[in-house]
Design a protein around this ligand. Structure first.
Ligand code: CA2
Length: 147
């Protein structure tokens, strides 16, 4: 039977959600994000394991663990999106379906945010929809898993 669990990964600085820069990232907190993803997942019979870390290796270890007991990954890599070959390699290495989420519209921001090392190893991309985008990404990832 397929594992009905998703891994939610939030990268560096996303623990600050709701505390600073509300014009860019809104006023919802990381706990709100985890609740949004969990509600979307539970509606389809999935549970969620959530990890946020400011340390790249912690995120990579969590992604590696997911290959044993998760069906897919919802990830906002934060600034690692634009810098991290090793995070991309971890996602590619576990070969699980991936949904990449960005709260802000990265293409409308500084040029250094326009490139994502994760984009071409992700199956779903939701960008610039605020924290609601995590729900959309979860729905789209589950649709792929069920399809
Ligand atoms: O828009 C997104 O979701 C980003 O992944 C957020 C990253 C940024 O480096 C990416 O270019 C786009 C930054 C996350 C930092 O989050 C904060 C939240 C509140 C206050 C300060 C930082």
């Amino acid at each position: 039977m397929t594992t009905r669990r998703l891994l939610l990964v939030n990268g560096p600085n996303l623990n600050l959600l709701g505390t600073r820069e509300p014009t860019i990232y809104g006023s919802e907190t990381l706990a709100d994000v985890e609740a949004i993803v969990t509600a979307a997942a539970v509606a389809h019979g999935y549970e969620v394991r959530a990890v946020q870390s400011n340390h790249e290796g912690v995120l990579i270890d969590a992604i590696h663990e997911a290959r044993h007991d998760c069906a897919g990954i919802v990830i906002n890599p934060g600034g690692l999106t634009h810098t991290s070959v090793v995070l991309r390699d971890a996602l590619s290495g576990v070969a699980l379906p991936v949904a990449e989420v960005h709260i802000s519209d990265v293409m409308a921001r500084e040029p250094f945010r326009h490139h994502s090392y994760v984009a071409d190893v992700a199956d779903v991309h939701v960008i610039g929809q605020g924290v609601a985008g995590y729900g959309t990404a979860t729905e789209q990832l589950i649709a792929r898993l069920e399809g």
